[in-house]
Ligand binder design. Sequence first.
Ligand SMILES: [Ca+2]
Ligand SMILES: [Ca+2]
Length: 212
Amino acid sequence: IIKSVAVAFVSNIRFISKCWTQWFDRDDPDGTGDWESMSSLRGSYPGQICDSPIDMEVTTLSNVPAAYFSCFVRNDMDSGFVCRLSDQPSYQCHDYRVRFRCPSNFCQQVCWTGWYDRDDPSGTGDWELLANLQTENLGEICDDPVHIDVVTKNDGIQAFRTGQFFHRLSPSQGFACRNEDQVNEMCLDYKVRFGCPCPPVSPLTKSLIRAK
Ligand SMILES: [Ca+2]
Ligand SMILES: [Ca+2]
């Protein structure tokens, strides 16, 4: 009986998705707390979290599970994670990070393009729209990207960490920063890349990979 239970356990394990997102740490615990809520994460990392996560993991940046602590106003897969200073006896939160387990098809076959920087913010802003990039780089970017990554050109800082306001930021439209939307009326110079579904691997390529 023990053996059959063990076999059932092992065979179930195979069906548990290993598709974890990267760790997300979009906020620091200053201000009112550490806000890693689902809505803000989806805004900061468009396309990088599946629509219906099946698990969530929260740890401090030094890898201590959040379960070791308590008093979180949000801590579930629908809302994400929020630690409010005002809920803590010490009026302090650790700096937490969050990742999600997604259905396995979410992880399969995403291929990133190279980086693109077609514009400088000297005119009306920094325009890195998908349609322009597709036209100017024929055949290099798929029709319907599923992810977008935007960082500053010089320092590689994630766009959302700069504090600037963006006119467009999505895998389907690309990126645009308008100077008129900024406090100092000047966008930084950004570069973008897109995550596309990978082309299918032919049977010949598969057998070559296996032979290596
Ligand atoms: Ca954090
Ligand atoms: Ca640019």
